[in-house]
Design a protein around this ligand. Structure first.
Ligand code: DSN
Length: 415
């Protein structure tokens, strides 16, 4: 990892960049949406394509000099089609939120109705939170997680859909540890003549590798981000049938965005190529096995998990039953001091604030990238619980931190 050109020009930023590499090397990234991209992906993202404007789409640009921009975008699209089996792919959204915006803009008018999962139950801002453009532009109703089971309340979703008559139903979530029943949501959407948008931002890599059921071919639209479980260049993606291709492309450009971030699209192309390999399939399988091991060990150690476990890359623990006086932020902050970086998270039926909620969310994509297996992940679970039990005991936190540093050294990044 060289930052010599930056150092020549700007030592302050160079310090921050090398500090970040060291931070990633010496801590365990367990924020479920984070991962470590390969050096090839980062090199593509840091390439001369950052200089190029390429409004339009391959073969039909508004500016000259786009032959190499066309090459990388065509490669990204072709590889995405192979990975997810979609008929049409747009790789230009700058992020997962922009991908959702593209679909809304393509299919909805302001004031139309979105039915989506409540943010505190595991949804996402761009699914219609009042503080987000989606909540401000469209009329939003929300469904919830069944408090008894921790699974999506599909019956509740169906009755809200019958009453609300949405124009689009959004499935796919940010803090949901279970397989999503895409067909069930599609049937509900069909029953009320609504579109169905499946947002697979968190599970793009798991779906690509076939370790989570795919909504492609079921939902009308599938959106995702390209840097979480898929480990490609940072950004978003939209997939749909040909009949919606034109509307989606026009909504992304010129509707929502100007020039595409061609350097990021190059990073997407490289990451997608990596994801087409057998190694990536093994990685995705291991990510899920590690999350399962993490869930089992956290539960054995007394934590209560929303839905009781996980089918995917993340676990969501509700601290209230086992640690009623401990908040998610208490744990987030103590674990950060010990070198385990995860996030406090709301849980279904949240009784605290979104800023200091009752839960913690942990994911295995990044630690799996650095080589953790189930045994190493079980040890991480033990370390997490030691800190949860003793978040205000500096000696315990320091002791755990020492072991975390040893584990980081045993599973190095960016050698
Ligand atoms: N910030 C992402 C997450 O952590 O789930 C979603 O955008």
């Amino acid at each position: 990892m060289h930052d010599s050109h930056v150092r020549d020009v700007d030592p302050a930023v160079a310090d921050a960049l090398s500090g970040e590499v060291q931070r990633q090397q010496n801590t365990l990234a367990m924020i479920a949406s984070e991962n470590h991209a390969s050096e090839a992906v980062m090199e593509a993202q840091g390439s001369a394509l950052t200089n190029k404007y390429a409004e339009g789409y391959p073969g039909s640009r508004y500016y000259a000099g786009c032959e190499y921009a066309d090459d990388v975008e065509e490669l990204a699209i072709e590889r995405a089609k192979q990975l997810w089996g979609a008929a049409h792919v747009n790789v230009q959204p700058h992020s997962g939120s922009q991908a959702n915006m593209g679909v809304y803009l393509a299919m909805l008018d302001p004031g139309d109705k979105i039915l989506s999962l409540d943010l505190t139950h595991g949804g996402h801002l761009s699914h219609g939170h009042p503080a987000n453009f989606a909540g401000q532009t469209y009329e939003v109703e929300q469904y919830e997680i069944d408090p008894e089971t921790g699974y999506v309340d599909y019956d509740g979703l169906e009755s809200i859909a019958d009453e609300f008559e949405p124009d689009i139903i959004v499935s796919g979530y940010s803090a949901y540890p279970r397989e999503v029943e895409w067909e069930r949501v599609q049937e509900i959407a069909d029953g009320v003549d609504a579109y169905h948008l499946a947002d697979i931002a968190h599970i793009t890599g798991l779906v690509a590798a076939g370790v989570h059921d795919s909504p492609v071919g079921i939902a009308d639209f599938v959106t995702g981000s390209t840097h979480k479980t898929i480990r490609a260049g940072r950004g978003g993606i939209i997939m749909c049938e040909e009949e919606y291709a034109d509307a989606v492309d026009k909504a992304v450009f010129p509707g929502a965005q100007g020039g595409p971030l061609m350097h990021n699209i190059a990073g997407k192309a490289v990451g997608f190529k990596e994801a087409l390999s057998a190694e990536f399939e093994a990685y995705a399988e291991q990510t899920v096995r590690n999350a399962t091991a993490l869930a089992e060990r956290l539960r054995e150690n007394g934590l209560t998990l929303v839905s009781g476990g996980t089918d995917n890359h993340l676990v969501l623990a509700d601290l209230r039953p086992s640690h009623p006086d401990t908040t998610g932020k208490d744990v987030e902050s103590a674990l950060e001091s010990a070198g385990i970086v995860m996030n406090a998270n709301t849980v279904p039926g949240e009784t605290r604030s979104a800023f200091d909620p009752s839960g913690i969310r942990l994911g295995t994509p990044a630690i799996t990238t650095r080589g953790f297996d189930e045994e190493a992940t079980r040890e991480v679970a033990d370390l997490v619980v030691r800190v949860v039990d003793n978040y205000d005991d500096e000696t315990v936190v320091a002791d755990v931190g020492e072991r975390v540093r040893e584990l980081c050294a045993a599973f190095p990044l960016y050698e």
